[in-house]
Design a protein around this ligand. Structure first.
Ligand code: AMP
Length: 495
Protein backbone atom coordinates (compact mmCIF):
# COMPACT_ATOMS: atom_id res chain seq x y z
CA UNK A 1 0.00 0.00 0.00
CA UNK A 2 2.69 2.45 0.98
CA UNK A 3 5.21 1.01 -1.49
CA UNK A 4 4.51 4.04 -3.60
CA UNK A 5 6.13 6.19 -0.92
CA UNK A 6 9.02 3.77 -0.46
CA UNK A 7 9.65 3.85 -4.19
CA UNK A 8 10.33 7.57 -3.92
CA UNK A 9 13.32 6.68 -1.79
CA UNK A 10 11.81 7.37 1.62
CA UNK A 11 12.97 5.32 4.59
CA UNK A 12 10.82 2.86 6.53
CA UNK A 13 10.21 5.30 9.42
CA UNK A 14 8.72 7.89 7.09
CA UNK A 15 6.75 5.39 5.03
CA UNK A 16 5.29 4.10 8.26
CA UNK A 17 4.30 7.59 9.39
CA UNK A 18 2.49 8.40 6.14
CA UNK A 19 0.75 5.02 6.18
CA UNK A 20 -0.45 5.82 9.69
CA UNK A 21 -1.88 9.06 8.30
CA UNK A 22 -3.87 6.99 5.84
CA UNK A 23 -2.01 8.16 2.75
CA UNK A 24 -1.81 5.45 0.17
CA UNK A 25 -0.46 7.24 -2.86
CA UNK A 26 1.82 10.23 -3.02
CA UNK A 27 0.34 13.37 -4.56
CA UNK A 28 1.90 14.71 -7.78
CA UNK A 29 3.95 17.33 -5.94
CA UNK A 30 5.29 14.61 -3.65
CA UNK A 31 6.17 12.35 -6.57
CA UNK A 32 8.00 15.16 -8.29
CA UNK A 33 9.67 16.98 -5.44
CA UNK A 34 10.71 14.25 -3.01
CA UNK A 35 13.40 12.56 -5.14
CA UNK A 36 15.01 15.93 -5.99
CA UNK A 37 15.07 17.01 -2.38
CA UNK A 38 16.44 13.66 -1.23
CA UNK A 39 19.15 14.10 -3.85
CA UNK A 40 20.15 17.39 -2.27
CA UNK A 41 18.96 19.67 -5.07
CA UNK A 42 17.43 23.08 -4.71
CA UNK A 43 13.77 23.08 -5.74
CA UNK A 44 11.48 25.75 -7.11
CA UNK A 45 7.95 24.43 -6.72
CA UNK A 46 4.68 25.84 -7.94
CA UNK A 47 2.09 24.31 -5.65
CA UNK A 48 -0.87 25.57 -3.70
CA UNK A 49 -2.34 24.56 -0.43
CA UNK A 50 -4.22 21.31 -0.83
CA UNK A 51 -1.67 19.69 -3.11
CA UNK A 52 0.19 17.90 -0.33
CA UNK A 53 3.14 20.26 -0.62
CA UNK A 54 3.92 20.19 3.10
CA UNK A 55 4.65 16.47 3.06
CA UNK A 56 6.43 17.10 -0.24
CA UNK A 57 9.17 19.05 1.49
CA UNK A 58 8.87 17.76 5.05
CA UNK A 59 9.38 14.06 4.36
CA UNK A 60 12.68 14.39 2.46
CA UNK A 61 13.86 17.11 4.82
CA UNK A 62 13.36 14.80 7.79
CA UNK A 63 15.14 12.00 5.98
CA UNK A 64 18.15 14.11 5.16
CA UNK A 65 18.49 15.36 8.71
CA UNK A 66 18.03 11.91 10.20
CA UNK A 67 20.78 10.53 7.97
CA UNK A 68 23.52 12.46 9.72
CA UNK A 69 24.38 13.80 13.11
CA UNK A 70 25.31 17.44 13.02
CA UNK A 71 27.47 17.56 16.13
CA UNK A 72 26.28 21.05 17.04
CA UNK A 73 23.27 22.59 18.75
CA UNK A 74 22.14 25.01 16.06
CA UNK A 75 19.11 24.83 13.80
CA UNK A 76 19.63 22.46 10.86
CA UNK A 77 16.44 23.06 8.90
CA UNK A 78 14.57 26.35 8.84
CA UNK A 79 11.04 26.55 7.45
CA UNK A 80 9.67 30.06 6.99
CA UNK A 81 5.96 30.63 6.54
CA UNK A 82 3.88 33.81 6.15
CA UNK A 83 1.34 33.25 8.93
CA UNK A 84 1.15 31.76 12.35
CA UNK A 85 -1.61 29.41 11.17
CA UNK A 86 0.55 27.96 8.48
CA UNK A 87 3.55 27.81 10.80
CA UNK A 88 1.51 25.82 13.32
CA UNK A 89 0.19 23.50 10.64
CA UNK A 90 3.60 22.87 9.17
CA UNK A 91 5.14 22.25 12.56
CA UNK A 92 2.36 19.79 13.30
CA UNK A 93 3.13 18.02 10.02
CA UNK A 94 6.83 17.90 10.87
CA UNK A 95 6.00 16.19 14.14
CA UNK A 96 3.48 13.83 12.58
CA UNK A 97 5.72 12.72 9.72
CA UNK A 98 8.76 12.65 11.96
CA UNK A 99 7.15 10.72 14.78
CA UNK A 100 9.39 7.68 14.29
CA UNK A 101 12.57 9.72 14.09
CA UNK A 102 14.52 11.31 16.90
CA UNK A 103 14.44 14.87 15.60
CA UNK A 104 13.30 17.85 17.58
CA UNK A 105 11.19 20.67 16.29
CA UNK A 106 10.31 24.14 17.53
CA UNK A 107 7.78 26.70 16.47
CA UNK A 108 8.09 30.46 16.73
CA UNK A 109 5.68 33.13 15.60
CA UNK A 110 4.56 36.54 16.70
CA UNK A 111 1.71 37.55 18.94
CA UNK A 112 2.43 35.08 21.70
CA UNK A 113 4.88 34.95 24.58
CA UNK A 114 8.54 35.18 23.66
CA UNK A 115 10.14 33.44 26.59
CA UNK A 116 8.59 29.99 26.17
CA UNK A 117 9.79 30.04 22.59
CA UNK A 118 13.27 30.99 23.75
CA UNK A 119 13.19 28.07 26.16
CA UNK A 120 12.06 25.70 23.42
CA UNK A 121 14.93 26.93 21.28
CA UNK A 122 17.36 26.18 24.08
CA UNK A 123 16.37 22.54 23.89
CA UNK A 124 18.40 22.47 20.65
CA UNK A 125 15.76 21.57 18.08
CA UNK A 126 17.09 20.52 14.70
CA UNK A 127 14.07 21.92 12.87
CA UNK A 128 12.56 25.35 13.32
CA UNK A 129 9.28 26.50 11.79
CA UNK A 130 8.97 30.27 12.01
CA UNK A 131 7.38 33.41 10.73
CA UNK A 132 10.03 35.92 9.69
CA UNK A 133 9.37 38.80 12.08
CA UNK A 134 9.44 36.78 15.28
CA UNK A 135 12.42 34.84 14.05
CA UNK A 136 14.31 38.13 13.76
CA UNK A 137 13.22 39.01 17.29
CA UNK A 138 14.91 35.82 18.42
CA UNK A 139 17.97 36.64 16.37
CA UNK A 140 18.12 40.05 18.03
CA UNK A 141 17.90 38.38 21.43
CA UNK A 142 20.45 35.72 20.48
CA UNK A 143 18.05 32.99 21.38
CA UNK A 144 18.46 31.23 18.06
CA UNK A 145 21.52 30.05 16.20
CA UNK A 146 21.11 30.01 12.42
CA UNK A 147 24.77 29.55 11.51
CA UNK A 148 24.42 25.87 10.72
CA UNK A 149 21.23 25.76 8.68
CA UNK A 150 21.54 23.01 6.08
CA UNK A 151 18.08 23.29 4.54
CA UNK A 152 15.96 26.38 4.08
CA UNK A 153 12.30 26.18 3.06
CA UNK A 154 10.31 29.24 2.02
CA UNK A 155 6.71 28.06 2.15
CA UNK A 156 4.03 30.13 0.40
CA UNK A 157 6.73 32.54 -0.66
CA UNK A 158 4.29 34.62 -2.71
CA UNK A 159 2.15 35.24 0.34
CA UNK A 160 5.21 36.22 2.35
CA UNK A 161 6.07 38.83 -0.24
CA UNK A 162 2.45 40.02 -0.41
CA UNK A 163 2.59 40.52 3.33
CA UNK A 164 5.68 42.68 3.05
CA UNK A 165 8.19 40.22 4.46
CA UNK A 166 10.80 40.59 1.75
CA UNK A 167 13.13 42.68 3.92
CA UNK A 168 12.81 40.33 6.84
CA UNK A 169 13.49 37.39 4.54
CA UNK A 170 16.59 39.05 3.18
CA UNK A 171 17.82 39.71 6.72
CA UNK A 172 17.31 36.06 7.60
CA UNK A 173 19.08 34.90 4.44
CA UNK A 174 22.09 37.01 5.35
CA UNK A 175 22.41 35.05 8.59
CA UNK A 176 22.51 31.61 6.98
CA UNK A 177 25.59 29.78 5.80
CA UNK A 178 25.99 30.04 2.04
CA UNK A 179 26.29 26.30 1.57
CA UNK A 180 22.79 24.96 2.07
CA UNK A 181 19.84 23.44 0.24
CA UNK A 182 17.02 25.83 -0.66
CA UNK A 183 13.41 24.93 -1.35
CA UNK A 184 10.99 27.60 -2.48
CA UNK A 185 7.26 26.84 -2.65
CA UNK A 186 4.89 29.35 -4.14
CA UNK A 187 1.40 29.25 -5.64
CA UNK A 188 2.13 32.07 -8.06
CA UNK A 189 5.23 33.45 -9.74
CA UNK A 190 5.43 37.21 -9.93
CA UNK A 191 8.58 39.02 -11.06
CA UNK A 192 9.39 39.62 -7.42
CA UNK A 193 9.24 35.89 -6.64
CA UNK A 194 11.41 35.10 -9.64
CA UNK A 195 13.95 37.66 -8.50
CA UNK A 196 13.99 36.16 -5.02
CA UNK A 197 14.29 32.65 -6.48
CA UNK A 198 17.12 33.68 -8.81
CA UNK A 199 19.15 35.08 -5.96
CA UNK A 200 18.44 32.13 -3.68
CA UNK A 201 18.37 28.92 -5.67
CA UNK A 202 21.26 27.18 -7.36
CA UNK A 203 20.41 25.15 -10.40
CA UNK A 204 16.96 24.35 -9.03
CA UNK A 205 14.72 21.52 -10.14
CA UNK A 206 11.45 23.06 -11.33
CA UNK A 207 8.32 21.36 -10.11
CA UNK A 208 4.83 22.54 -10.98
CA UNK A 209 1.59 20.83 -10.19
CA UNK A 210 -2.00 21.61 -11.02
CA UNK A 211 -3.86 22.95 -8.05
CA UNK A 212 -6.17 20.57 -6.28
CA UNK A 213 -8.42 23.18 -4.87
CA UNK A 214 -11.31 25.53 -5.09
CA UNK A 215 -10.02 27.51 -7.93
CA UNK A 216 -10.22 24.50 -10.15
CA UNK A 217 -12.72 25.64 -12.74
CA UNK A 218 -14.12 22.14 -12.62
CA UNK A 219 -15.72 22.62 -9.21
CA UNK A 220 -18.98 24.56 -9.21
CA UNK A 221 -19.51 26.05 -5.76
CA UNK A 222 -22.81 27.10 -4.33
CA UNK A 223 -24.19 28.15 -0.99
CA UNK A 224 -27.69 27.39 0.16
CA UNK A 225 -28.59 29.66 3.08
CA UNK A 226 -30.80 27.66 5.45
CA UNK A 227 -31.72 27.51 9.10
CA UNK A 228 -29.68 25.09 11.17
CA UNK A 229 -32.74 23.05 12.11
CA UNK A 230 -33.70 22.49 8.48
CA UNK A 231 -30.37 21.40 7.12
CA UNK A 232 -31.11 17.71 7.22
CA UNK A 233 -34.41 18.12 5.41
CA UNK A 234 -32.71 20.26 2.78
CA UNK A 235 -29.93 17.72 2.31
CA UNK A 236 -32.45 14.90 1.91
CA UNK A 237 -34.39 17.06 -0.55
CA UNK A 238 -31.28 17.83 -2.62
CA UNK A 239 -30.22 14.19 -2.72
CA UNK A 240 -33.65 12.97 -3.76
CA UNK A 241 -34.67 15.72 -6.14
CA UNK A 242 -31.25 15.74 -7.84
CA UNK A 243 -31.09 11.95 -7.78
CA UNK A 244 -27.57 12.17 -6.43
CA UNK A 245 -26.03 8.74 -6.33
CA UNK A 246 -22.73 9.51 -4.60
CA UNK A 247 -22.35 12.33 -2.09
CA UNK A 248 -19.56 13.06 0.34
CA UNK A 249 -20.93 15.13 3.23
CA UNK A 250 -18.77 16.95 5.75
CA UNK A 251 -19.61 17.69 9.35
CA UNK A 252 -17.42 19.41 11.89
CA UNK A 253 -17.64 16.78 14.58
CA UNK A 254 -17.58 13.00 14.84
CA UNK A 255 -20.79 13.08 16.81
CA UNK A 256 -22.43 15.21 14.12
CA UNK A 257 -21.28 12.74 11.45
CA UNK A 258 -22.77 9.79 13.32
CA UNK A 259 -26.03 11.54 13.97
CA UNK A 260 -26.47 12.72 10.40
CA UNK A 261 -25.71 9.29 8.93
CA UNK A 262 -28.26 7.75 11.28
CA UNK A 263 -30.92 10.31 10.47
CA UNK A 264 -30.42 10.00 6.73
CA UNK A 265 -30.81 6.25 7.15
CA UNK A 266 -34.15 6.87 8.80
CA UNK A 267 -35.09 9.07 5.83
CA UNK A 268 -34.42 6.09 3.58
CA UNK A 269 -31.09 7.35 2.25
CA UNK A 270 -28.28 4.84 2.73
CA UNK A 271 -25.48 6.60 4.59
CA UNK A 272 -22.46 5.77 6.74
CA UNK A 273 -20.14 7.90 8.82
CA UNK A 274 -16.38 7.72 8.85
CA UNK A 275 -14.25 9.43 11.45
CA UNK A 276 -11.41 8.86 13.82
CA UNK A 277 -13.47 6.89 16.34
CA UNK A 278 -14.41 4.25 13.78
CA UNK A 279 -12.20 1.22 13.48
CA UNK A 280 -10.04 0.95 10.43
CA UNK A 281 -12.16 -2.02 9.33
CA UNK A 282 -15.39 -0.03 9.54
CA UNK A 283 -13.83 2.83 7.63
CA UNK A 284 -12.53 0.58 4.90
CA UNK A 285 -15.88 -1.16 4.54
CA UNK A 286 -17.79 2.12 4.38
CA UNK A 287 -15.39 3.51 1.81
CA UNK A 288 -15.59 0.38 -0.33
CA UNK A 289 -19.40 0.45 -0.23
CA UNK A 290 -19.39 4.13 -1.13
CA UNK A 291 -16.98 3.65 -4.02
CA UNK A 292 -18.97 0.74 -5.39
CA UNK A 293 -22.17 2.78 -5.36
CA UNK A 294 -23.83 0.59 -2.74
CA UNK A 295 -23.77 3.45 -0.25
CA UNK A 296 -25.17 6.72 -1.45
CA UNK A 297 -23.87 9.06 1.23
CA UNK A 298 -20.61 9.07 3.13
CA UNK A 299 -20.53 11.48 6.06
CA UNK A 300 -17.02 12.44 7.11
CA UNK A 301 -15.05 14.73 9.36
CA UNK A 302 -12.12 16.67 7.95
CA UNK A 303 -9.53 14.39 9.40
CA UNK A 304 -11.20 11.21 8.21
CA UNK A 305 -11.50 12.60 4.71
CA UNK A 306 -7.77 13.09 4.40
CA UNK A 307 -6.30 10.47 2.23
CA UNK A 308 -9.65 9.63 0.66
CA UNK A 309 -9.15 9.53 -3.02
CA UNK A 310 -12.38 8.87 -4.82
CA UNK A 311 -12.27 9.27 -8.55
CA UNK A 312 -15.04 11.20 -10.24
CA UNK A 313 -16.84 12.14 -7.07
CA UNK A 314 -19.68 14.32 -8.33
CA UNK A 315 -21.03 15.96 -5.14
CA UNK A 316 -19.48 17.31 -1.99
CA UNK A 317 -21.71 18.89 0.64
CA UNK A 318 -20.56 21.00 3.54
CA UNK A 319 -23.32 20.22 5.99
CA UNK A 320 -21.42 22.44 8.39
CA UNK A 321 -18.74 24.85 7.31
CA UNK A 322 -15.28 24.10 8.65
CA UNK A 323 -13.87 26.43 11.28
CA UNK A 324 -10.52 26.47 9.46
CA UNK A 325 -10.98 28.11 6.05
CA UNK A 326 -8.28 25.99 4.38
CA UNK A 327 -10.31 22.90 5.19
CA UNK A 328 -13.04 24.20 2.91
CA UNK A 329 -10.56 24.16 0.05
CA UNK A 330 -9.45 20.66 0.96
CA UNK A 331 -13.02 19.46 1.25
CA UNK A 332 -14.23 20.74 -2.08
CA UNK A 333 -11.03 19.58 -3.73
CA UNK A 334 -12.48 16.09 -3.30
CA UNK A 335 -14.62 16.72 -6.34
CA UNK A 336 -13.70 18.11 -9.75
CA UNK A 337 -10.74 15.80 -10.00
CA UNK A 338 -9.19 13.98 -12.89
CA UNK A 339 -10.77 16.35 -15.38
CA UNK A 340 -14.34 15.54 -14.33
CA UNK A 341 -16.64 18.35 -13.21
CA UNK A 342 -18.04 18.37 -9.71
CA UNK A 343 -20.33 20.34 -7.49
CA UNK A 344 -19.60 21.61 -4.00
CA UNK A 345 -22.59 22.78 -2.00
CA UNK A 346 -22.53 24.39 1.41
CA UNK A 347 -25.56 24.54 3.68
CA UNK A 348 -24.93 27.70 5.65
CA UNK A 349 -26.97 28.74 8.66
CA UNK A 350 -26.85 32.26 10.11
CA UNK A 351 -24.54 31.23 12.96
CA UNK A 352 -21.90 30.22 10.41
CA UNK A 353 -21.55 33.56 8.67
CA UNK A 354 -18.21 34.34 10.29
CA UNK A 355 -16.81 31.04 8.98
CA UNK A 356 -18.13 31.90 5.54
CA UNK A 357 -16.49 35.33 5.66
CA UNK A 358 -13.13 33.70 6.45
CA UNK A 359 -13.55 31.23 3.60
CA UNK A 360 -14.43 33.91 1.09
CA UNK A 361 -11.46 35.93 2.28
CA UNK A 362 -9.23 32.96 1.52
CA UNK A 363 -10.86 32.38 -1.87
CA UNK A 364 -10.73 36.10 -2.56
CA UNK A 365 -14.24 36.01 -3.93
CA UNK A 366 -17.88 35.53 -3.04
CA UNK A 367 -19.54 32.19 -3.57
CA UNK A 368 -22.94 32.25 -5.22
CA UNK A 369 -25.90 32.02 -2.82
CA UNK A 370 -29.12 30.31 -3.85
CA UNK A 371 -32.05 29.95 -1.52
CA UNK A 372 -33.88 26.70 -2.18
CA UNK A 373 -37.66 27.34 -2.32
CA UNK A 374 -39.28 25.97 0.79
CA UNK A 375 -36.04 26.29 2.80
CA UNK A 376 -35.83 30.07 3.14
CA UNK A 377 -33.97 31.01 6.33
CA UNK A 378 -36.16 32.38 9.07
CA UNK A 379 -39.29 30.70 7.82
CA UNK A 380 -39.07 27.38 9.59
CA UNK A 381 -40.77 26.48 12.80
CA UNK A 382 -38.11 26.19 15.50
CA UNK A 383 -36.73 22.66 15.70
CA UNK A 384 -37.87 20.56 18.66
CA UNK A 385 -35.59 20.82 21.67
CA UNK A 386 -32.88 18.25 21.80
CA UNK A 387 -30.43 16.97 24.35
CA UNK A 388 -27.44 19.23 24.83
CA UNK A 389 -25.00 16.87 23.18
CA UNK A 390 -27.35 16.53 20.27
CA UNK A 391 -27.63 20.22 19.58
CA UNK A 392 -26.35 21.66 16.33
CA UNK A 393 -23.76 24.39 16.03
CA UNK A 394 -25.45 27.26 17.80
CA UNK A 395 -22.52 28.38 19.80
CA UNK A 396 -19.88 29.42 17.36
CA UNK A 397 -17.29 29.98 20.05
CA UNK A 398 -17.51 26.44 21.19
CA UNK A 399 -17.18 25.11 17.70
CA UNK A 400 -14.35 27.39 16.85
CA UNK A 401 -12.12 25.64 19.26
CA UNK A 402 -9.38 24.03 17.24
CA UNK A 403 -10.17 20.42 16.63
CA UNK A 404 -8.29 18.14 18.91
CA UNK A 405 -6.87 16.09 16.05
CA UNK A 406 -5.04 19.00 14.56
CA UNK A 407 -5.00 22.13 16.68
CA UNK A 408 -5.18 25.29 14.63
CA UNK A 409 -4.76 28.84 15.72
CA UNK A 410 -7.74 30.90 14.69
CA UNK A 411 -8.14 34.23 13.11
CA UNK A 412 -11.68 35.29 13.62
CA UNK A 413 -11.40 37.33 16.80
CA UNK A 414 -8.23 39.08 15.99
CA UNK A 415 -8.34 42.82 16.17
CA UNK A 416 -8.59 44.36 12.75
CA UNK A 417 -5.82 46.85 12.97
CA UNK A 418 -3.39 48.77 15.09
CA UNK A 419 -6.09 50.88 16.69
CA UNK A 420 -7.44 47.74 18.39
CA UNK A 421 -4.12 46.57 19.52
CA UNK A 422 -3.70 46.17 23.24
CA UNK A 423 -0.55 47.55 24.76
CA UNK A 424 2.57 45.54 24.13
CA UNK A 425 2.88 42.76 26.66
CA UNK A 426 5.53 42.96 29.25
CA UNK A 427 7.43 39.92 28.19
CA UNK A 428 7.92 41.13 24.68
CA UNK A 429 11.57 41.71 23.93
CA UNK A 430 12.72 45.22 23.20
CA UNK A 431 11.75 45.99 19.62
CA UNK A 432 14.59 45.38 17.27
CA UNK A 433 15.08 47.61 14.27
CA UNK A 434 12.16 46.03 12.43
CA UNK A 435 9.33 47.72 14.23
CA UNK A 436 5.78 46.41 14.08
CA UNK A 437 4.03 47.40 10.91
CA UNK A 438 0.42 47.89 10.07
CA UNK A 439 -1.62 45.65 7.83
CA UNK A 440 -1.03 42.01 7.21
CA UNK A 441 2.02 42.04 9.33
CA UNK A 442 -0.10 42.60 12.41
CA UNK A 443 -1.16 39.00 12.27
CA UNK A 444 2.38 37.96 12.77
CA UNK A 445 3.22 40.54 15.37
CA UNK A 446 0.11 40.66 17.41
CA UNK A 447 0.74 40.88 21.11
CA UNK A 448 -0.06 37.91 23.23
CA UNK A 449 -3.13 39.22 24.98
CA UNK A 450 -5.59 37.78 22.52
CA UNK A 451 -3.51 34.99 21.24
CA UNK A 452 -3.24 33.46 24.66
CA UNK A 453 -6.95 33.00 24.71
CA UNK A 454 -7.00 31.45 21.29
CA UNK A 455 -5.07 28.32 21.95
CA UNK A 456 -6.07 25.24 23.78
CA UNK A 457 -3.81 24.05 26.47
CA UNK A 458 -1.99 20.90 25.60
CA UNK A 459 0.03 20.66 28.75
CA UNK A 460 3.25 22.25 29.74
CA UNK A 461 6.17 22.29 27.42
CA UNK A 462 9.01 20.37 28.83
CA UNK A 463 11.86 22.24 27.39
CA UNK A 464 14.18 22.95 30.24
CA UNK A 465 17.08 21.87 28.09
CA UNK A 466 20.69 22.37 28.74
CA UNK A 467 22.32 25.58 29.86
CA UNK A 468 21.39 28.76 28.10
CA UNK A 469 23.59 30.26 25.50
CA UNK A 470 25.48 33.32 26.56
CA UNK A 471 24.80 36.82 25.38
CA UNK A 472 21.10 36.95 26.19
CA UNK A 473 19.36 40.04 27.33
CA UNK A 474 19.53 39.97 31.12
CA UNK A 475 16.21 41.85 31.23
CA UNK A 476 14.47 38.69 30.19
CA UNK A 477 15.89 36.64 33.02
CA UNK A 478 13.19 35.18 35.19
CA UNK A 479 10.35 36.48 33.06
CA UNK A 480 7.65 34.89 31.05
CA UNK A 481 7.77 31.40 32.45
CA UNK A 482 4.02 31.17 31.98
CA UNK A 483 2.18 30.47 28.74
CA UNK A 484 3.53 27.05 27.99
CA UNK A 485 0.25 26.13 26.37
CA UNK A 486 0.98 28.37 23.44
CA UNK A 487 3.86 26.31 22.33
CA UNK A 488 2.21 23.06 21.71
CA UNK A 489 4.84 20.59 20.77
CA UNK A 490 7.70 22.99 20.70
CA UNK A 491 10.96 21.62 21.81
CA UNK A 492 9.60 18.15 22.07
CA UNK A 493 11.41 15.21 20.72
CA UNK A 494 9.47 13.30 18.14
CA UNK A 495 8.66 9.71 18.71
P1 AMP B 1 -1.01 20.61 2.03
O1 AMP B 1 -1.13 20.98 0.57
O2 AMP B 1 0.38 20.29 2.40
O3 AMP B 1 -1.63 21.65 2.91
O4 AMP B 1 -1.81 19.26 2.25
C1 AMP B 1 -3.17 19.16 1.99
C2 AMP B 1 -3.80 17.99 2.67
O5 AMP B 1 -3.48 16.80 2.01
C3 AMP B 1 -3.39 17.80 4.10
O6 AMP B 1 -4.57 17.61 4.82
C4 AMP B 1 -2.56 16.54 4.12
O7 AMP B 1 -2.73 15.83 5.31
C5 AMP B 1 -3.12 15.78 2.93
N1 AMP B 1 -2.15 14.93 2.25
C6 AMP B 1 -0.85 15.17 2.04
N2 AMP B 1 -0.31 14.17 1.34
C7 AMP B 1 -1.28 13.27 1.09
C8 AMP B 1 -1.34 12.02 0.40
N3 AMP B 1 -0.28 11.50 -0.20
N4 AMP B 1 -2.52 11.38 0.35
C9 AMP B 1 -3.60 11.93 0.93
N5 AMP B 1 -3.63 13.09 1.59
C10 AMP B 1 -2.47 13.76 1.67
Amino acid sequence: MSEAFASLGLTAELVRAVAEEGYTVPTPIQVEAIPHILGGRDVLAGAQTGTGKTAGFTLPLLQRLAASDAGHRGIRALILTPTRELAAQVEESVRVYGRHLALRTALVYGGVGFEPQAEALEAAPEILVATPGRLLDHVAQQTVDLRHVEILVLDEADRMLDMGFIHDIRKVLALLPSKRQNLLFSATFSDEIRELANGLLHDPAHVQVAPRNAESALVAQRIHPVDQGRKRALLAHLISSGDWRQVLVFTRTKHGANRLAEQLGKDGIEAAAIHGNKSQGARTRALAAFKSGELRVLVATDLAARGLDIEELPHVVNYELPNVPEHYVHRIGRTGRAGVTGEAISLVSPDEHSYLAEIEKLLKRKVERTVVPGFEPGTAAPPPPRAAADRPAQRPHEHRRPQPQRPQPRREHRPAGPEHRPPAPEHRPPAPEHAPRAGADDEERQPSTNANAQFPSSGPVTAPGPARRGGRDPRRAGRGREVPALLRGTGRRNG
